[in-house]
Design a protein around this ligand. Structure first.
Ligand code: C5P
Length: 229
């Protein structure tokens, strides 16, 4: 089964994460673990989930530090064999190269400009180019330095695929038609995101909040998304 969905396990609770994987694993094989879960529960908890359910790990740690420190951080999680590990493209090519060298068996996924920035906030930090140009330039440099995946908004996916046709493009910020956008500003449907060049879509609350812990509701939602693609 090759689902383009990466399910975001946005919880602090290991039994909640376990339940979400257990219910959706027949239909989805990529799961995203982020800082909320990882900082509280640690590596051992991820290993336990991996042992119980064989799945592809998207480890969303958004690393950003000097190259040597990032190298050490990547080495510390390399034994989890993440298929994707996120770093900030803003850390620059040397940092990204250090990360890529420390994870030869996985894909360093570069996050370009955070989608939470407005143009005003961004320029007040001292950046001279607008967000879109900056994102393109950072993506370009990240890929040249060894990142093989890019995380971006679905609205940038086409552009990113153009810059880096061999990279895996991953987009959060997707919602089915009629669903609440929550704190996401601009959203596309999974179908639009994929036809815009995304290879994977990260989906959290559309699947997890909607269904509570009802196995049937969650599986129906995933099936609905698969059928909509
Ligand atoms: O619940 P929802 O589908 O909005 O979850 C999206 C996931 O993608 C969350 O884990 C969030 O941290 C992540 N993300 C995002 N927007 C970005 C980058 C990451 O929503 N620009």
């Amino acid at each position: 089964m090759n689902s383009p969905i990466i399910l975001a396990l946005d919880t602090k609770d290991p039994s909640q994460a376990r339940n979400w994987i257990k219910i959706s694993r027949p239909l989805i094989n990529h799961f995203k673990i982020g800082l909320e879960y990882f900082l509280l529960n640690g590596k051992e908890s991820v290993v336990a989930l991996q042992k119980e359910f064989d799945f592809e790990l998207f480890l969303d740690l958004k690393l950003y530090d000097i190259p040597n420190t990032v190298k050490g951080a990547v080495e510390s999680v390399a034994s989890l064999n993440p298929k994707f590990l996120t770093v900030h493209a803003a850390g620059g090519p040397k940092m990204i190269r250090a990360a890529a060298e420390a994870l030869p068996g996985g894909s360093i996924a570069a996050v370009t400009v955070l989608t939470s920035f407005s143009e005003n906030e961004f320029s007040s930090l001292g950046y001279s180019e607008d967000i879109s140009r900056t994102a393109r330039s950072w993506a370009d440099q990240a890929v040249a330095a060894g990142a093989t995946s890019l995380i971006c908004s679905p609205f940038e996916a086409k552009q990113m695929k153009g810059i880096a046709p061999n990279s895996t493009i991953i987009t959060p910020g997707v919602r089915l038609l009629g669903e609440p956008a929550n704190d996401q500003n601009r959203v596309m449907t999974p179908k639009e995101a994929l036809s815009n060049g995304a290879d994977f879509v990260v989906i959290g609350r559309s699947i997890t909040s909607f269904s509570g812990d009802s196995e049937q509701a969650m599986q129906d939602k995933i099936t609905e998304i698969h059928q909509s693609i």
